[in-house]
Design a protein around this ligand. Structure first.
Ligand code: ADP
Length: 179
């Protein structure tokens, strides 16, 4: 007889944390921490556009940008990932300008878009924690809370990976997940 799992255990078993480069992930979709133009930028956005090739920029030009907290999907072109979900995180302005809700929306809307497209595996970078200056601890808590909540109600999303670009982010995510 197998021991029944609580839904929490089941959710956390579908969440992985790795230290690495999101452009190398072989998943249905990687999430891009884009800017609202969707026309490329620095950080993870620049790395994704370089690895995907210029066809990604051509498709992004047809999308008309993206408001903060929302998400849009493209193909992955030369990436191992089949799709890129572009979401725009909030710029940190001290924490009293709706940053937490906007960042939560990034995770919710990205995962909802993945589910709508029948995608099962998704990898996230630490949205807003680079150039946009969101404190890593607070951003990580939101990423983990929203991902757990979404997975609990969407069994169709099989696996979410948090890709940490360095040991500090990696340790922060492990701690937030109680690992
Ligand atoms: P934002 O403008 O949303 O802050 P950044 O790209 O500056 O976006 O940073 C978001 C996070 O992505 C940071 O934690 C940064 O260290 C990380 N990052 C940068 N390059 C990569 C990469 N190739 N793979 C995964 N994460 C990355």
């Amino acid at each position: 007889m197998t021991t029944p799992q609580t839904s929490d255990t089941n959710v956390d078993a579908r969440i992985e944390v790795i230290q690495g480069d999101i452009t190398e992930q072989d998943v249905d979709a990687i999430v891009n921490a884009a800017n609202s133009s969707l026309l490329g930028g620095g950080g993870v956005d620049g790395a994704i556009h370089r690895a995907a090739g210029r066809q990604l920029l051509e498709e992004c030009r047809t999308l008309g940008g993206c408001p903060t907290g929302e998400a849009k999907i493209t193909r992955g072109y030369h990436l191992p990932a089949r799709h890129v979900i572009h979401t725009v995180g909030p710029v940190w302005r001290g924490g009293e300008h709706g940053e937490a809700e906007l960042l939560a929306n990034c995770y919710r809307n990205s995962l909802a878009l993945a589910a709508q497209h029948g995608l099962r595996t998704v990898a996230f970078p630490a949205i807003s924690t680079g150039i946009y200056g969101y404190p890593l601890d607070e951003a990580t808590a939101i990423a983990v809370r929203e991902t757990r909540a979404f997975l609990a109600t969407h069994p169709d999303i099989e696996h979410v990976t948090f890709i940490c670009f360095g040991p500090h982010a990696y340790q922060t995510y492990l701690r937030a997940l109680g690992r």
